[in-house]
Write a protein that binds this ligand. Structure first.
Ligand code: EPU
Length: 302
C-alpha cells in the first residue's frame, strides 16, 4: 500500500509523521520475511488520533509494527501501511519502585535500565527480543516471568474510541501470550511497579537466563522465537522433536536443529514457504498426538 505521492502524505507530514516509501519487511522483522509497503513513523503521540482519522477517511488499512520479532508478514506488495513509533532514545525513567517506559523501547534495554536502578523481577525477560509495546500486547514471558503482573498503567491509542487513554493494570487481562488489548490498540507508554533488588543480584539472574537461552535456542539465526504456543501441560518443541522434524524444511523455511519450536529462515524463505512448513508440522503433530497446535507468532497474510 502506497501513500507516498497522495494528498494525504502532505497532511501526515504536517502532523509530524515521517514517511519512508517502499520499505521491505525483510529488514523490519527478525524472520527476515515479508513484502514491501510504505512505513510511517508516528513522531508525536498527540497527533496519532488525527493521523488515524485521516488514514480511515482515505480507506488506508494499517498495521502497527513494533520490534518485528514475533510477526510473519506476507509476501509481495502489502495491502496495508506499516505504522511504527520512533525507536531512537525512547523515554525511560524511574521514581521509587515505578518505571515509566515508552512502548518503543527495546525490552532487554528496559530490563537492564531498571536493573541499574536496583529494580528487578524481570530477569527472565532479558533475552526476549522485541519492543516493550510488543511485550505488553503479547504478555511476553520466559523462565517463569511474564511482563503482565508488573504493569500498573498503560497509555495507549484505542481504535474503538479514537482517543489516547490510560488503562489501569488491574483492568487489563494478561493470560499466556494473550491479553485483553484489542488488535488495533497501539501501546504508547507503560508504568511498571518492580521489586527493589541489588544490581549485582539482578545481574546474576540475567546471566543464568542468558546461559539457559544460549544453550537451548538458535540465537544466531533468523527466527520469530517459538512458532507455536505450548498446549496446556505440553511442550510444542518436544512434540515436534519427538517426530524427528528438526531440519525438516519447505524451501528455506526450516525447523531449527537447536529447538524444534523455532522455525528459522535459513536463507531467503518466503512467507508462503514458512506457512507451508507451519501447516505441515501442525498436521504431523495432530496425527501423532491428536493435538492441534496454535501459532504463537502473529501472522499478517497479505
Ligand atoms: N525440548 C525438546 N526438544 C526441543 C525443544 C525442547 O525436547 O527441540 C524439551 C526441552 O528439553 C524441555 C521442554 O521441551 O524439556 C521445554 O523446552 P524449553 O525449556 O526450551 O521451553 P519451551 O516450552 O519450548 C518456552 C517458551 C519460550 C521460552 C522458554 C523459556 C512458549 C511457546 N515457549 O519454551 O518462549 O523462551 O519456555 O521460558 O511458551 C517464545 O515465546 O517465542 C519463546 C521462545
Amino acid at each position: 500500500m502506497r501513500i507516498s505521492g497522495r494528498p494525504i502524505a502532505a497532511k501526515l507530514a504536517e502532523l509530524g509523521a515521517e514517511l519512508t516509501p517502499g520499505v521491505s519487511m525483510t529488514e523490519k522483522t527478525s524472520l527476515g520475511i515479508g513484502g514491501t509497503t510504505d512505513l510511517l513513523v508516528l513522531r508525536k503521540f498527540e497527533t496519532i488520533p488525527e493521523i488515524m482519522r485521516l488514514l480511515a477517511e482515505d480507506g488506508i488499512p494499517h498495521r502497527f509494527l513494533g520490534g518485528g520479532s514475533n510477526v510473519l508478514v506476507g509476501d509481495g506488495e502489502l495491502s496495508w501501511v506499516a505504522l511504527h513509533l520512533p525507536t531512537s532514545k525512547p523515554g525511560m525513567s524511574v521514581e521509587g519502585n515505578t518505571a515509566t517506559v515508552d512502548a518503543a523501547a527495546d525490552l532487554g534495554g528496559m530490563v537492564t535500565f531498571c536493573a541499574k536502578h536496583d529494580l528487578g523481577g524481570m530477569e527472565g525477560l532479558i533475552g526476549v527480543p522485541g519492543s516493550v509495546g510488543g511485550a505488553l500486547r503479547m504478555n511476553a514471558g520466559a523462565y517463569g516471568t511474564q511482563i503482565g503482573p508488573f504493569v500498573r498503567e498503560v497509555e495507549l491509542y484505542r481504535a474503538s474510541t479514537g482517543a489516547i487513554e490510560t488503562l489501569r493494570g488491574n483492568d487489563i487481562r494478561f493470560d499466556y501470550r494473550h491479553t485483553s488489548f484489542a488488535p488495533d490498540d497501539l501501546m504508547l507508554r507503560v508504568k511498571l511497579e518492580l521489586p527493589s533488588k541489588p544490581f549485582k543480584d539482578i545481574l546474576a539472574g540475567i546471566k543464568v537466563c542468558n546461559e539457559k537461552r544460549r544453550s537451548s535456542q538458535p540465537l544466531n539465526q533468523k527466527s520469530a522465537g517459538c512458532i507455536f504456543k505450548n498446549p496446556p501441560g505440553r511442550s510444542a518443541g518436544r512434540m515436534i522433536d519427538e517426530l524427528n522434524l528438526k531440519g525438516h524444511h519447505v524451501g528455506d523455511a526450516t525447523v531449527s536443529d537447536r529447538h524444534a519450536n523455532f522455525f528459522v529462515n535459513a536463507g531467503a524463505a518466503s512467507c508462503a514457504e514458512m506457512l507451508a512448513l507451519i501447516d505441515d508440522v501442525r498436521e504431523k503433530v495432530h496425527a501423532a498426538n491428536g493435538i492441534e497446535l496454535e501459532t504463537e507468532v502473529i501472522i499478517w497474510k497479505n
